[in-house]
Design a protein around this ligand. Structure first.
Ligand SMILES: Cc1ncc(C[n+]2csc(CCOP(=O)(O)OP(=O)(O)O)c2C)c(N)n1
Length: 372
């Protein structure tokens, strides 16, 4: 295993001073170290496209490359800034990209990682980006070679990181939270208090996993739920699309704060079109909990004010079970495009499973249910 402390110390010695990215569980320990010490300036980006822009701007001002970390599914979001900005055909801007290799062929992983895991190295080649796959026995030399490459060439360089290579790092920083409910408790209350005809579009990560298990525990069908796997941030757009159907069904979005921030623009689209059947619930734990609990920037932003400014007709926040129940009654009856921000605690069951149905079974069950 590679120690996050040793790896970071070496990066710093090699001249890297700024890290920016969106988390991936592949190098959870490393990101935890980045965010808990003062060795680097560490920026939590809302999405990977933005992270590349920040790295580019940082280089322009400092003449030094930044380190940009991301999961390989998030790497796809960097194709636009890479091809149209950082590449040598345009500005030629160096950056060190640390890319988590989910879905590595031969390793067990979730369906949403399969394709990207399979094509990732070929994709790097098509994109003409030099890369190396990090190895436990060689990582110091690989970092030196990466730094030398960036000093020589004006272009990004990738270090791909397989799972289980980095040690854990537990930050000593204490986090304060006044929230009383866990996400699973909040989801149970939501499922209990929403009418049977409603459908749910749940965001990627633990929200979908917990909703799936709640249906199992209650022996309810999964047909009313679309469990978004992958496509982080897209649950609200999917719900918007579902809501375009001529139907009396209410469409509940079960979003995360990280996911909502990643595609904040969708709130503007939703707010503009004012579909009164859309009910956008943001389960806000101020964290990317599904990838290891790394902080988001949500503690400092007011989703309710954003929702109102975007055109949501009803917007409120709750932080306890009783208020959540009351607000759900309002959402059920108000006939208005609505936003409900639910403050929740971090944490989930250690034995939380994953959907036992395939994404395509989920697609068919949802479509069949929706059209009834
Ligand atoms: C584009 C992209 N970047 C990163 C990821 C990895 N990822 C999966 S879930 C998740 C965290 C989601 O955070 P949030 O929406 O706040 O929900 P929580 O996990 O806290 O329930 C991340 C970063 C991803 N799936 N897709």
């Amino acid at each position: 295993m590679i120690s996050p402390v040793d790896f970071s110390t070496m990066l710093h010695k090699l001249g890297f001073e700024t890290t920016v990215g969106v988390p991936d569980s592949t190098f959870k320990g490393l990101i935890s170290y980045f965010s808990s010490q003062d060795l680097f300036r560490h920026v939590i980006a809302s999405n990977e496209c933005e992270a590349m822009g920040i790295a580019a701007g940082y280089y322009l001002a400092h003449n030094k490359p930044a380190l940009v970390y991301m999961q390989n599914s998030g790497f796809c979001k960097t194709l636009n800034p890479y091809t149209s900005m950082l590449s040598e055909d345009v500005y030629g801007i160096p950056a060190l990209l640390l890319v988590g290799w989910r879905g590595e062929p031969g390793q067990k992983d979730e369906p949403q990682h399969k394709m990207m895991g399979r094509i990732m190295l070929d994709l790097f080649k098509v994109l003409e980006i030099e890369y190396t796959v990090l190895e436990e026995s060689q990582w110091e030399n690989q970092l030196i070679a990466a730094r030398d490459y960036l000093n020589r060439f004006h272009r990004p360089y990738i270090i791909a990181v397989k799972s289980n290579l980095f040690d854990e790092f537990n930050s000593a920083k204490k986090e304060e939270s006044h929230a009383t409910m866990t996400r699973e408790e909040a989801l149970n209350i939501i499922v209990e208090n929403v009418s049977n005809r409603a459908v749910f579009i749940s965001t990627t990560g633990k929200t979908s996993r917990e909703l799936f298990e709640i249906r199992e525990q209650r022996r309810q069908s999964h047909g009313s739920d679309f469990y978004t796997v992958g496509s982080m941030g897209c649950a609200s757009a999917i719900a918007f699309g579902v809501g375009l159907a001529e139907s009396d069904r209410k469409v509940f979005i079960l979003d995360g704060d990280g996911a909502a921030i990643m595609q904040l623009g969708t709130m503007a689209t939703i707010g503009h079109y004012k579909n009164s059947r859309l009910k956008h619930i943001i389960l806000d734990n101020h964290a990317h909990e599904s990838t290891g609990g790394q902080p988001t920037v949500s503690a400092g932003i007011d989703f309710v004010a954003i929702g109102r400014a975007c055109g949501y007709e009803y917007a409120a926040a709750v932080d306890n079970a009783a208020d959540l129940e009351k607000s759900l009654q309002i959402l059920e009856n108000n006939n208005q495009l609505s936003l409900l921000v639910v403050q929740i605690k971090k944490g989930s069951r250690p034995d939380l499973g994953r959907p036992t149905t395939t994404p395509q079974e989920n697609r068919d069950a949802f479509t069949g249910y929706f059209r009834q």
